[in-house]
Ligand binder design. Structure first.
Ligand code: SAM
Ligand code: SF4
Ligand code: SF4
Length: 346
């Protein structure tokens, strides 16, 4: 089969496939209350067995075929991606991939940062381009209450510094804002990261999965957040440079850098969503809020050729019609099964 030129595949709403997010493990050493609450993800929780996870060869193959179909960005996530044994080897394999035009892919990772101080340099050497580090609070007690495993905030701050130092930047920092939990820290966070070369991104708390007991009144609309920061330091909008970019970007007028806001709840961006997600066990999800996936592991373990894998991916993407966030308000809460965030990694 002649593989389509980059960007050629579009879904039922005309959206291309450009980004692939690969979850490499469903396990995590944190129990963030909004993602893997301990009551559900406790001692008895049945995580996937090693044999159920895609192997590095399978991940590389899937990524290679996706890149041949127009994917230019790969993001490793989880669970906590740094918990997957040998992750640096996988990074090395993925960093070799080239688009049909011969360009390297943009290879990034989203991590809680806990293992980053000791791994950052080897990840950089293996070819990782950038990291996004999650951090919801600068207050040690509050941060520990959010991650629910007593992990100190100082170690995540150290991870951010090390990542910047070794060149895994500009480091983006993901802050999920939950009203009544950390909305009182917005200015403190903005102040802390202004002028450091990192990009703080505030994410509206989302109703991903069904275990976090999400309620709409816990969402702080990004517009409120931006006006709060703008009252303290003048902001101006930055034009999006990349199609499919989910964050709305704002720059400090005084030159101290920029912030982003991801308004998945109050200002849906399904119209230009070019992302596919693969869970650790190889299910393809075409939406963060999907209830079921498409079993790519089975196809690969049954011996599908690269050519047929490309056809299967293309056929599946062409049928894609997802726009959950645009419909959210009209859907009755609780009436849908949804995949958990820790399976597909955000
Ligand atoms: N463990 C890694 C980490 O925390 O960065 C990667 C996986 S984590 C699921 C990816 C991102 O999803 C994190 O930035 C996390 O804060 C975000 N996230 C998890 N649950 C969320 C929710 N309900 N709403 C918004 N963002 C969420
Ligand atoms: Fe783990 Fe990331 Fe989920 Fe927190 S947000 S529990 S660090 S997967
Ligand atoms: Fe993409 Fe689904 Fe999110 Fe819409 S709701 S932006 S289609 S992942």
């Amino acid at each position: 089969m002649t593989v389509s030129p980059a960007g050629d595949i579009t879904d039922a709403r005309g959206r291309p496939l450009h980004d692939l997010r690969i979850s490499v493990t469903d396990r995590c050493n944190f129990r963030c209350v909004y993602c893997m609450p301990k009551e559900i993800f406790g001692r008895d929780f049945a995580f996937r067995e090693r044999s159920e996870l895609l192997s590095f060869e399978e991940i590389e193959r899937l990524a290679r075929v996706s890149v041949s179909l127009g994917v230019t960005k790969l993001r490793l996530t989880g669970g906590e991606p740094l918990l997957r044994r040998g992750i640096t080897e996988l990074v090395q394999k993925l960093a070799q991939l080239r688009t049909p035009e011969g360009a390297p892919v943009d290879l990034a990772m989203t991590t809680n940062g806990s293992a980053l101080p000791k791994m950052a340099q080897s990840l950089k050497d293996a070819g990782l381009n950038r990291v996004t580090i999650s951090l919801d609070s600068l207050d040690d007690a509050k941060f520990k209450a959010i991650n629910d495993v007593n992990f100190p905030v100082s170690r995540v701050l150290e991870a951010i510094e090390v990542a910047q130092e070794v060149g895994l930047g500009p480091v983006k920092i993901n802050t999920v804002v939950k009203r009544g939990v950390n909305d009182d820290e917005i200015l403190t966070l903005a102040e802390h990261f202004r002028g450091t070369g990192t990009i703080l991104r505030f994410i509206e708390y989302m109703d991903v999965g069904t275990t976090n007991g999400w309620k709409l009144d816990e969402v702080l609309p990004s517009a409120e957040l931006v006006s709060m920061i703008n009252e303290r330091w003048d902001l101006e909008p930055v034009t999006k440079t990349e199609p499919g970019e989910t964050a709305n970007r704002w720059r400090y007028v005084d030159g101290a850098g920029e912030i982003g806001v991801i308004s998945s709840v109050t200002n849906a961006f399904c119209g230009n969503c070019s992302r596919a997600r693969v869970s650790a066990e190889g299910q393809l999800y075409t939406c963060l809020f999907a209830g079921s996936g498409y079993d790519l592991r089975k196809l690969m373990r049954d011996g599908i050729s690269d050519e047929d894998l490309a056809k299967a991916l293309t056929g599946h993407w062409r049928k894609r019609d997802d726009n959950y966030s645009e419909l959210r308000a009209a859907l009755t809460p609780g009436n849908r099964k949804r995949i958990e965030m820790s399976y597909i990694g955000g």
